[in-house]
Design a protein around this ligand. Structure first.
Ligand SMILES: Cc1cc2nc3c(=O)[nH]c(=O)nc-3n(C[C@H](O)[C@H](O)[C@H](O)COP(=O)(O)O)c2cc1C
Length: 158
């Protein structure tokens, strides 16, 4: 398959209260745009879960709450992904957190463990609070991993 012409359907679904995770989601959006790939950027509260089946790649963005916990806004997305066996869905999870807390980006870990079992997990990305310019390179690598995994699945070359 020619990866330069192929356009997978990609969604970024994220939750953010103070804007850090949203800023990473937007940075990821810019990287996809630069690659001339379209993606849908959804705040979790507006995302219709039945739409999950439309996508080839879903990137989850989460901050961490409580004591390393997944925030409430992402419970239903977590459950929906957990309750479907879709190994043809490539996923990746990114998040922001504060290393002051005992479990840095614990919500990324929770999603990672679940997505590894129920989908094809490509990558994780953890960012300390607000993303910096340098994090764009990390976003690029994160996205490359997801795209590569998708092409591998499509071509059966895993
Ligand atoms: C009450 C509270 C609990 C938090 N718990 C954690 C935690 O366990 N681990 C962590 O890495 N960050 C924790 N954080 C930090 C947030 O995840 C971090 O500020 C994040 O960047 C917020 O994302 P947002 O700007 O997208 O809302 C906590 C923040 C608050 C206010």
């Amino acid at each position: 398959m020619d990866s330069t012409n192929y356009k997978p359907k990609i969604a970024v679904v994220y939750a953010s209260v103070t804007g850090n995770t949203k800023a990473v989601a937007e940075m990821i959006g810019e990287v996809f745009q630069a690659k001339e790939l379209e993606l849908e950027l959804w705040p979790a509260k507006d995302f219709v879960l039945t739409e999950l089946s439309r996508f080839d790649i879903v990137l989850v963005g989460t901050y961490t709450w409580g004591n390393g916990e997944v925030p409430k806004e992402l419970y239903s997305l977590f459950d929906a992904l957990e309750n479907q066996e879709r190994k043809n869905l490539v996923t990746a999870v990114f998040g922001t957190g504060d290393s002051f807390f005992a479990e840095f980006c614990g919500a990324v870990n929770r999603f990672r463990d679940m997505l590894f079992v129920h989908t094809t997990l490509a990558a994780t990305l953890k960012i300390e609070l607000q993303p910096q310019k340098i994090d764009k390179i990390r976003c690029e690598k994160f996205i490359e991993s997801a795209l590569k995994k998708h092409i591998e699945l499509k071509t059966g070359n895993t």
